[in-house]
Write a protein that binds this ligand. Structure first.
Ligand code: FE2
Length: 293
């Protein structure tokens, strides 16, 4: 699908870094207008204490209030496996619609089984306010956002393009970080390569905002790059690496990676649009199914 990219619209993008999961969340703001969107908000979780906190979300809420902005959207690029979503906490205070890719239903199906969820857990994505299909557009004030289906890391991954800003989720990392893993249930290294090519087919000057950075080699955490820089320098796909090369590399690398430490709490919460499951007395509880992953 050909996208009409409007490089002349340059949203103001403010990053919020979560050091526990190395996630970068964003507030995307209409230049000169009141509208904004949040991309990939975080809720902190201390698994030893079983404690949830909201430092990152509180910072985003304070920023939006200070600037007198109106929150139109809270967008998840995918069902994250390494951190819990802060979307409902933010929505309660600021409103906005929570959106994710329609293929979240596949993730709900797979993980509904892993967590042995009952029939009350809907596998139709209805926990979210909006399910984006490939090529869908939406508005953030006067700006138009576009959702592109970019599977590979997970089946429900989407990249969002708003003006000249593209939020790549977990397709690409910074050029020296390469790409995200493709070995989660429903992941596929070949699909990830194809999805990355889709991102790289955007105009060279498109600003790319990534979802995770681990500061390889001890460099400072960073989050912004461009299509041109990724094409030239990305260590996994830059310089014209072929699909075969990428799939061989990615598959070998993924076989060595550990399971993310927060995958079980993250999936249980994030597949419910960030809502924490409750027991019959209304206490927030998480399951820890054994030998399922
Ligand atoms: Fe991810």
């Amino acid at each position: 699908m050909e996208l009409e990219i409007d490089l002349s619209t340059r949203p103001e993008v403010t990053p919020f870094f979560d050091p526990q999961s190395n996630t970068i969340s964003y507030v995307v703001r209409e230049p000169g207008g009141p509208a904004c969107a949040i991309i990939d908000p975080v809720m902190e979780f201390d698994p030893a204490a079983g404690r949830l906190t909201y430092d990152s979300a509180d910072q985003m809420i304070a920023f939006i209030r200070e600037h007198g902005l109106r929150l139109d959207w809270i967008i998840e690029t995918h069902v994250h496996a390494d951190h819990l979503s802060g979307a409902p906490y933010i929505q309660e205070q600021l409103g906005g619609k929570i959106g994710i890719g329609e293929h979240v239903q596949e993730v709900q199906d797979v993980f509904g089984k892993i967590f042995n969820e009952g029939t009350e857990f809907q596998r139709d994505g209805s926990q979210f306010d909006k399910l984006f299909s490939d090529g869908d557009s939406y508005t953030v004030g006067g700006m138009v956002g576009h959702a592109l289906h970019t599977p590979g890391h997970t089946p429900a991954c989407m990249v969002h393009v708003i003006g000249d800003a593209c939020f790549v989720g977990d397709t690409l990392f910074m050029p020296d970080g390469g790409s995200a893993r493709a070995d989660f249930p429903g992941g596929d290294a070949g699909q990830l390569y194809d999805s990355i090519q889709r991102v790289l087919s955007l105009p060279d000057a498109t600003r790319l905002f990534i979802c995770h950075d681990y500061g390889p080699g001890g460099r400072a955490i960073s989050w912004e790059t461009t299509v041109a820089a990724q094409k030239a320098e990305n260590i996994h796909v830059g310089g014209g690496k072929t699909r075969e090369e990428f799939v061989a590399f990615r598959t070998a690398r993924d076989a060595e990676l550990k399971v993310p430490s927060l995958i079980l709490p993250s999936l249980q919460v994030n597949m419910r649009a960030g809502d924490v499951p409750e027991d019959e007395d209304g206490n927030m509880v998480l399951k820890m199914p054994l030998n399922k992953l």
